[in-house]
Design a protein around this ligand. Structure first.
Ligand code: FES
Length: 98
């Protein structure tokens, strides 16, 4: 099972999630990373779920066209859309700005 660490300021929240988990879907049913994960549309349109990947980016799939459209140059800085990711590997991420 993937282990996910979500950092908010000085705090780190870690939990194991089922394989093929989407963090926005989980937050929508009030499971980790709720209440810390910010999100809105869940469809790759609003950008609210943008997360900066701190570890595990290599195991993620290439960004899809929605991420490219919404994130633009932020992709190269390690940002991804949480609602567009289904997790199969350990991941550490934050929504804090660097
Ligand atoms: S929640 Fe809107 S883009 Fe992910």
């Amino acid at each position: 099972m993937p282990s996910v660490t979500f950092r908010v300021g000085d705090q780190a929240f870690t939990e194991e999630v089922a394989d093929n988990t989407n963090l926005v879907v989980r937050a929508g049913i009030k499971k980790f990373p709720f209440p810390h994960l910010k999100y809105k549309c869940g469809m790759g349109k609003c950008g609210t779920c943008a997360c900066r990947v701190l570890a595990g980016a290599d195991a993620l799939p290439e960004p899809n066209w929605k991420e490219e459209k919404v994130l633009g140059h932020r992709l190269a800085q390690g940002w991804r859309l949480g609602c567009q990711l289904w997790l199969h590997h350990d991941l550490e991420l934050t929504q804090d700005r660097p």
